[in-house]
Design a protein around this ligand. Structure first.
Ligand SMILES: C[S@@+](CC[C@H](N)C(=O)[O-])C[C@H]1O[C@@H](n2cnc3c(N)ncnc32)[C@H](O)[C@@H]1O
Length: 272
C-alpha cells in the first residue's frame, strides 16, 4: 500500500478543515434534531466492548457529540481530537466536563497531540473515510493503546435496496447526473486492509437504519457531507442538488436501508 503524496494529503486536509469549519452550525442543528452521531457512537462503543471507567481517544471528534456519548456510556475520561478549529470551538462552548479534553490536531500526527497518554480504546466515529493516510493514523493509534485495548471505526453511509444495490448511484442515474469520482477519500476496503495489516485479526459489522429520505437530506445538507457528493459546486448549489437527489428516492419502489459499516480490532497482549 503506497502512502499518498504529501501534497495530496495536505490538499485533502486543507479541504476537510475548510469544509468542517463551514459546517459547525448546521452540524450542531442536525445533531440536536436527530441525535444521530450520538447514537452511532453508542452502537460502536457497545460493539467494541468499551467498559466502565475506560480512558478513550476519540479521533475526528467533531463538535463533541461522540465525546459526550462516550463519556455518558463509560463514565471514564475522553480525549477528543479534531482538525477543524470551528468544530472544536463549538464543542468547547457546549461541553463543560472536566473528564472530556478537547484538542485541535491532526489524527495522522497523534503523538504531537496526546503525548504520553495511553488509552483503553481508540475510536473514529464517522471520520476515518476522509483521512488521506489512514494507515499512518491507525499505526500511531495502536502505539497509544494499552495492551488488550480496542480500536474501532464507523464509516460512510451506504444506501441500499434488496441485493445491496447502491441507491445513491441509482438516484444519480435517474437524474442523469454523473457520479462523483469518489465519495470518500479512503474507501472502506482500504481502511480495513490497513487495520488488518496493523492489528492482524479484524471484525466487521453493519449498523442498519430504516431508509428515510428526510434523514438523508438533513445528513447530506451538512456542508462537509454535501461536498462528498457534489464537490465542485457552491454550498447553496450542493444543498439544492442534495434535496433533488434524495427526493428522487421517493420513486424507488420499496423499502431501503441506510447502513453504517464498522470495523474493530484488539491490541493483543503478546503471547495471545
Ligand atoms: C462526520 S464528522 C464526525 C464527528 C464526530 N466523531 C461525531 O461523531 O459527531 C468527521 C470529523 O472528522 C474530522 N477530521 C477529518 N480529518 C481529520 C484528521 N486528519 N484529523 C483529525 N480530525 C479529522 C473532521 O474535521 C470532522 O469534524
Amino acid at each position: 500500500m503506497t502512502p499518498p503524496s504529501t501534497d495530496f494529503a495536505s490538499r485533502v486536509k486543507g479541504a476537510v478543515r475548510r469544509n468542517f469549519n463551514q459546517s459547525a452550525d448546521i452540524y450542531r442543528a442536525f445533531e440536536e434534531k436527530t441525535r444521530f452521531f450520538y447514537t452511532l457512537t453508542l452502537k460502536l462503543a457497545e460493539w467494541m466492548g468499551i467498559e466502565k471507567g475506560d480512558t478513550i481517544l476519540d479521533i475526528g471528534c467533531g463538535n463533541g457529540a461522540s465525546c459526550m456519548a462516550l463519556r455518558e456510556y463509560c463514565q471514564g475520561t475522553v480525549y477528543g481530537v479534531d482538525l477543524s478549529e470551528a468544530m472544536i470551538a463549538d464543542a468547547r462552548q457546549r461541553i463543560q466536563d472536566p473528564h472530556i479534553h478537547l484538542f485541535v490536531g491532526d489524527g495522522e500526527k497523534l503523538n504531537t497531540v496526546v503525548g504520553d497518554q495511553r488509552f483503553d480504546a481508540v475510536m473514529y466515529n464517522a471520520a476515518l473515510f476522509v483521512f488521506p493516510n489512514p494507515k499512518a493514523s491507525l499505526s500511531q493509534a495502536k502505539t497509544l493503546l494499552k495492551p488488550g485495548g480496542s480500536l474501532g471505526f464507523s464509516f460512510y453511509p451506504r444506501v441500499y435496496g434488496p441485493g445491496n444495490s447502491d441507491l445513491i448511484g441509482w438516484a444519480y442515474e435517474r437524474l442523469g447526473l454523473p457520479l462523483p469520482k469518489f465519495r470518500t477519500i479512503t474507501p472502506w476496503e482500504k481502511a480495513c486492509d490497513a487495520l488488518e495489516v496493523i492489528f492482524g485479526t479484524i471484525e466487521t459489522t453493519t449498523y442498519e437504519m430504516d431508509g428515510s429520505v428526510p434523514f438523508l437530506i438533513d445528513f447530506f445538507s451538512i456542508p462537509a457531507q454535501s461536498a462528498s457528493l457534489f464537490p465542485k459546486e457552491s454550498y447553496e448549489e450542493r444543498a439544492r442538488r442534495v434535496r433533488e437527489l434524495f427526493e428522487s428516492l421517493h420513486e424507488w419502489d420499496g423499502h431501503f436501508t441506510i447502513g453504517w459499516d464498522m470495523a474493530k480490532a484488539e491490541n493483543k497482549v503478546s503471547g495471545n
